[in-house]
Design a protein around this ligand. Structure first.
Ligand code: PLP
Length: 397
């Protein structure tokens, strides 16, 4: 037996732990009495185009093709559509930033990340994650024998701290994971950050004599509010691998569909891509679900009604500020990152349970003293939970 795998299977993530507690509690006292803010499971339904395109795919396409294996890297026509979409909508640099031959279709962003990390990493290599970060980065990295090095973002703005990053980069650094819009802070890194990051990584790559890749983890790309812009990193930095999915933008997390796009301007782009294909093969992915590959090509650029998330953000952010909590106003994703009054996030989450509020402590995100609130819930849940948040705040006064 592999002890590492056994211990991963035995230990549930903190988020799942709270979610499971929520299910039990809802059965005990009624679902409407429990305010579950634990999971990032989109609450807005997939848009109408998903249903209509699924119906037309089922009636138009040959069922053998529709349900058969595609090429391991994904159907060629779908990869063409993705690349065309990227060039048309994200390219402002004049040079190609994608190629159908460098796109690998995956079972969501999680598989995209696992394949990319497995492709790049050898034992004892290092990958940097900017904290707070999605906890699964550690799991995906450590399975390769490499180490996840965490660099804390600046408190308050939660944007990268370049001095700390400069100090963490060394000859063992192979990649850095950039997640914007960010889970758990909701922060969107502005162009200024991407430029500064690119300059630093280019300088360090030259110094160490090997490329340091950016793995751009972008499942929340379209979830931005108030006109916030998410810079497309391959326009700024050549050695970029984009990991994308439809889980959040189209509310399809259970369908497991996404892709990796290696920039054609990346050093060794073809070999990086082949290693990603090899990683997918060794992990037994075979190919991503065919039906949703074809659906993806037809729904590129479409989103669920994200205005519902924006309304939730506005209601909850204003209320929490009014109750005295320190919160960074997020421009994207669907999370609020809230500072805990006395610094003990786990104790705060236990206290919150007394008010039937289910929140996630920040410790596993690599940043102590905060809680994550997933506001991808119904507006009613947000409104009904406000007295509980107020009571929780008062209990700390
Ligand atoms: N990356 C981040 C930052 C996430 O928050 C998530 C899911 O919550 C993922 C990746 C995985 O997404 P997917 O469902 O597309 O695998």
């Amino acid at each position: 037996m592999n002890d590492k795998m056994l211990s991963l299977g035995q230990s549930r993530s903190v988020i799942r732990e709270i979610f499971e507690y929520g299910k039990t509690r809802k059965a005990e006292i009624g679902a409407d009495k429990v305010f579950d803010f634990s999971l990032g499971n989109p609450s807005v339904p997939a848009p109408e185009c998903v249903k209509s395109e699924l119906i037309s795919l089922a009636s138009e396409l040959d069922p053998v093709m529709l349900h058969g294996y595609t090429s391991a890297q994904g159907d060629a026509s779908v990869r063409n559509s993705i690349s065309e979409y990227i060039e048309k909508n994200h390219n402002n640099s004049g040079l190609p930033i994608s190629s159908p031959d460098l796109i690998y279709i995956t079972s969501g962003a999680a598989a995209a990340l696992t394949c990319s990390l497995t492709a790049l990493l050898n034992k004892d290599d290092e990958v940097i994650a900017l904290a707070p970060f999605f906890p699964e980065y550690r799991v995906f990295t450590e399975r390769t024998g490499a180490r996840l090095i965490t660099v804390k973002c600046k408190e308050g703005s939660f944007r990268p701290d370049y001095e700390k990053l400069d100090a963490a980069l060394n000859e063992k650094t192979v990649a850095i994971i950039i997640n914007s819009p960010n889970n758990p802070t909701g922060v969107v890194y502005p162009e200024e950050d991407i430029k500064q990051l690119s300059e630093l990584l280019s300088r360090k790559s030259a110094k160490f004599g090997h490329p340091i890749y950016i793995i751009a983890d972008e499942p929340y790309r379209e979830l931005v509010y108030g006109g916030a812009e998410v810079p497309y990193i391959p326009n700024f930095y050549d050695n970029t691998i984009v990991c994308y999915s439809l889980s959040k933008s189209l509310s399809l997390p259970g369908e497991r569909i996404g892709y990796v796009s290696v920039s054609p301007r990346a050093e060794n782009a073809k070999n990086v891509y082949l290693a990603i294909c090899g990683a997918g093969r060794s992990l037994g992915f075979v190919c991503a679900t065919s039906l949703f590959q074809f659906l993806m090509a037809r729904c590129l650029g479409k989103t669920s009604d994200i205005s519902a998330y924006e309304r939730n953000r506005d209601i909850l952010y204003s209320a929490l500020k009014e109750y005295g909590f320190a919160v960074t106003r997020p421009d994207g994703a669907f999370y609020l990152f809230v500072k805990v009054p006395n610094g003990d996030a786990k104790a705060f989450c236990e206290k919150a349970k007394e008010f039937e509020l289910l929140l996630v402590p920040s410790d596993d995100f690599g940043y102590e003293g905060y809680v994550r609130i997933s506001y991808c819930v119904s507006e009613n849940q947000i409104k009904n939970s406000l007295p509980a948040f107020k009571a929780l705040a008062d209990s700390y006064k």
